[in-house]
Structures are given as structure tokens and as C-alpha cells.
Design a protein around this ligand. Structure first.
Ligand code: SF4
Length: 480
């Protein structure tokens, strides 16, 4: 996951727009947040562990002036959750200064490390993004765009980037476009100089992981950054496009299933509607006699609504989710877990007691969360618990930016549907089929990555180091 945002403005307030935009992307990463801004001469950076609103506040913004800014919130897929690994990265090299925000995961990190003179010892952090930043800052090229054109052909895996130097912002999407990246236009305020026809027709341009972040800053969605394309943004200029590789689109289908916000649009589809249709297909494939349909909050909501609509069963909220329990919050001890304690979820006893429930969620990874939920509902008095999942079983790990990199962690890789049902303790279990998912998407399958369902990875994955999250922490500290 991870969220990225970039802003170019005519005034000096790009950091404020980037911070507000990043706040809309908080769901994509809760471990750290950061913002880098340029006033045309130097790049200033502020980053820390924590949520966007904790890291970036009114007191910080005056120290981040300028017409250019990028921002990032992190969900770690390479490297530990430590301050050094927070983004944006910043490299003040002899050739150029660069800051980068990265969504995705590179799959040839060890190979890339071989290209860096001095190797691991030159990296202040253990992320693939830090390595990429160092390679770009070192590259003997005329400017940042030229450096990107030279370095990116050696880079494999998933990367949607916002790249900042002193004078420009560059949005980059890998040739497969695993992760989304969209371009938006900030309209000039009424009475401001310029018109749509003039060189200063717009107040600025923004790049974001999702369209929902464009909405919150008042930007209009112009288009997606294409796979294999970079878009160069400079204050007062129209965007420039440079294609650095042919497009071989393979957008992560899980972005549509649950990662991205339901109020975002991808491939021309509103994601709430896509998920509602997944729920309708799920109801057709796995009907059951029950009293009500409830979502696992928050992401199961649209699919549960679709299941209820198609099945004619009433829809109810049957659990409360504590939205402030992030990934890094204190976890219950083993003894607390044995007593059925969960930090995040609490059932609404009056809703579930004595009822036959259809519980809709978007995925089962390890199965432990679903097992806790079924246990909570039973202890709250549910008569029956029928689990329905609005995606096919995840049987293969992801190497492109989702932290399911070990096959043995995936319950569906080793268990049948009946085995999973038994493990989670449900009365019945049904997964949406791949054909059902395709019907709900109503888009050509060729443009998507479905590898965690069918194992057909869009590009070969080197088996050794790229399969591990801590590849750079395990690499020799000094090299060549
Ligand atoms: S392997 Fe799965 S989670 Fe990873 S990019 Fe492909 S569809 Fe998405």
C-alpha cells in the first residue's frame, strides 16, 4: 500500500495542499507520514512515525514553503517500521537533490544494490525507495527526468512515484501500473490571473494515489498517469509527458476489491459500485437462509450492501470498529487473546443475538482475524454465522506492495474451503469466484494483476531476496 501525493502551485502553499491531500490517503498507510517541499532553491523535509494528522500540523507548514511539495504515508513492505524508513526519502547529492515518495515494492532490490557504488553502507535506511533515490541522485545525467529515463529500465516491480527536485515534480508509474497514480488540475480561483487558454490557466497540478484525494483539495481528475509514463510538472507550465517504457497494464485487482477508498474512481468505475456488484454476485453464487446481512467494518460495507440487495435480506451494522487502532497500536497479549479480546471490533449484541447472520468481508489472509470475528459474534449470541468473502481465495503471495510475502502465511494456500470454514468456526463459508469477480468488474481482465488468486505474476519474481521484506536489512553493510 502507501499513499503518495504531489502538488505544484503558483503560490507558495504547495505543502498545505499536499498535507490535505495526504490526509485523504491515510487508509493506505498508518505507520509514518512525511512531506518534502521546494521553494525553487532547496528542498526541506519533515517526516515522523505516526498518523498524518499527528506528523503534519499547522506548526510544521511554515517550515515547508514553496511551490512544489510531495507527501507520503507508509505501510511497510520493505524494511522495518523505524523513523529512518519513513518517507519521503531525501538525498542531497553532488549531482542533484531529490526527494521521493513511493507506493509499491521493487522485486530486484539485491540486483539494484549491486549497481550502487559503496553498496548498503551508503544507505541511511533499509527500504527499496532509499536505494532507488540513491541510484537516481548518483546517476550522471543532465537532470532528474534524464536520470529517471536511464535508471528505470533497470528497476523491476511496482512503483508509483512522486519525485521532487528543486524545480520540478515528476509522477512516475511502472510499466505494469500495479499501483494507481492520477493527475488532477487545481482550477484558478475566481478573479485570479489567467484563463483556461493562457499559459497560467490553472492554479496548479496535483498527483495522487487515488481520485478521492483530488476531491478533497478541489482538484479535477484529468486522467490517470499511464503505466510506463512519467508526467513532469513545473509551476506555471502545462504538464509534459515522457514515456520511458511500453505499457503492459496489470493494475492490482485488490485496489478495486478493498485497498482504495470506495469514493475513488479507477478504470472509470466508482469503487463503491464495483464492490456492491461483487456482493450481488456473491449472493448469487453462495445464497443462504439467514435473518440479516452485516459487513465486517469498514471495508466489507459495499459488498454486504450488494449481498443484501440481491438476496432480499435486511442489512444491519452488527459490529463497531474502533477506527483509531492503527497497525502499530499495542496488541493484546496472548492471555488477552484467549479471553477473546480484540482491540478493533466489538459486536452490537442487540443486533446479533439469536439471529442467523451473513457476515461479509473482502478477504481472508491468515484466517485468524475472521476466526476472532466469528468467535466474537457467537459469544454475543449469534444463532448462526455464515461468512461470505467478496474475493476469491488468496493462494499466492504478493510481491508488489502488499505485505503477504510468505506463502505459508496464507491459509487458502494449504487449506480447502471446508478446512478454512472449520478453522474460522463458521457455519458456512463462500468465496466469490474469479468469473464472478470479472462480471462485477465489467472490465477486460487483461489489464489487471490477479496473481494472488491464480499465480500468474505479470513478470518473473526473483526467488531469493525479493521474496523477503527485510532484504536490505540482511544485505552486507559494506560492498564493492
Ligand atoms: S499479487 Fe495480488 S495483491 Fe499483489 S498486485 Fe497482484 S493482485 Fe494485487
Amino acid at each position: 500500500m502507501c499513499g503518495v501525493f504531489g502538488a505544484v502551485t503558483l503560490d507558495g502553499d504547495a505543502a498545505r495542499i499536499a498535507a490535505v491531500g495526504l490526509f485523504a490517503l491515510q487508509h493506505r498507510g498508518q505507520e509514518s507520514a512525511g512531506l518534502a517541499a521546494s521553494d525553487g532553491e532547496q528542498i526541506m523535509l519533515y517526516k515522523d512515525l505516526g498518523l498524518v494528522a499527528q506528523v503534519l500540523d499547522e506548526r510544521r507548514l511554515p517550515s515547508l514553503p514553496g511551490q512544489l511539495a510531495i507527501a507520503h504515508c507508509r505501510y511497510s513492505t520493505t524494511g522495518s517500521t523505524v523513523w529512518e524508513n519513513a518517507q519521503p526519502t531525501l538525498r542531497l547529492g553532488p549531482r542533484r537533490a531529490l526527494a521521493i515518495g513511493h507506493n509499491g515494492n521493487l522485486v530486484n532490490t539485491r540486483e539494484l544494490l549491486e549497481r550502487l557504488p559503496g553498496g548498503r553502507s551508503r544507505l541511511p535506511a533499509s527500504t527499496d525507495t532509499e536505494l532507488l533515490t540513491a541510484l537516481l541522485a548518483d546517476e550522471p545525467a543532465a537532470d532528474t527526468v534524464d536520470a529517471l529515463v536511464r535508471v528505470l529500465p533497470h528497476v523491476r516491480g511496482a512503483y508509483s512515484l512522486v519525485v521532487l527536485d528543486e524545480r520540478r515534480l515528476v509522477g512516475v508509474r511502472d510499466p505494469h501500473g500495479y499501483r494507481p497514480l492520477v493527475l488532477g488540475r487545481l482550477p484558478a480561483a475566481d478573479g485570479a490571473a489567467g484563463s483556461r487558454d493562457g499559459p497560467h490557466a490553472d492554479a496548479g497540478w496535483v498527483l495522487a494515489s487515488e481520485t478521492a484525494a483530488l476531491d478533497v483539495v478541489g482538484a479535477e481528475h484529468v486522467r490517470d498517469v499511464e503505466p510506463g509514463e512519467m508526467v513532469i510538472l513545473e509551476p506555471g507550465a502545462a504538464p509534459r509527458s515522457v514515456r520511458f517504457a511500453p505499457a503492459r497494464p496489470a493494475l492490482c485487482v485488490f485496489e478495486l476489491i478493498y485497498f482504495a477508498r470506495p469514493d475513488s474512481t479507477m478504470e472509470g468505475r466508482n469503487l463503491y459500485e464495483v464492490r456492491r456488484r461483487m456482493g450481488m454476485e456473491l449472493a448469487a453464487e453462495h445464497p443462504v437462509e439467514a435473518d440479516l446481512v452485516m459487513p465486517v467494518p469498514d471495508t466489507g460495507g459495499p459488498a454486504a450492501a450488494g449481498y443484501a440487495e440481491a438476496s432480499g435480506l435486511p442489512y444491519r451494522e452488527g459490529m463497531y470498529r474502533n477506527r483509531y487502532a492503527g497497525r502499530t497500536f499495542i496488541q493484546p497479549s496472548q492471555a488477552m487473546r484467549h479471553r477473546g479480546v480484540t482491540v478493533k471490533l466489538n459486536p452490537l449484541r442487540e443486533v446479533v443475538r439469536g439471529r442467523r447472520l451473513v457476515v461479509v468481508d473482502d478477504s481472508i489472509v491468515r484466517g485468524t482475524t475472521t476466526r476472532s470475528i466469528v468467535g466474537l459474534l457467537r459469544r454475543a449470541g449469534a444463532a448462526e454465522v455464515h461468512v461470505r468473502i467478496s474475493a476469491p481465495p488468496i493462494v499466492h503471495p504478493c510481491f508488489y506492495g502488499i505485505d503477504t510475502q510468505i506463502e505459508t502465511e496464507l491459509i487458502a494456500a494449504s487449506q480447502s474451503v471446508e478446512g478454512i470454514r472449520d478453522f474460522i468456526g463458521a457455519d458456512s463459508l463462500g468465496f466469490l469466484s474469479i468469473p464472478g469477480l470479472l462480471r462485477a468488474l465489467d472490465l477486460p481482465p487483461a489489464g489487471f494483476c490477479f496473481a494472488c488468486f491464480d499465480g500468474r505474476y505479470p513478470e518473473p519474481v526473483p526467488y531469493d531476496a525479493a521474496r523477503r521484506k527485510f532484504v536490505l536489512e540482511e544485505a552486507p553493510a559494506a560492498r564493492g
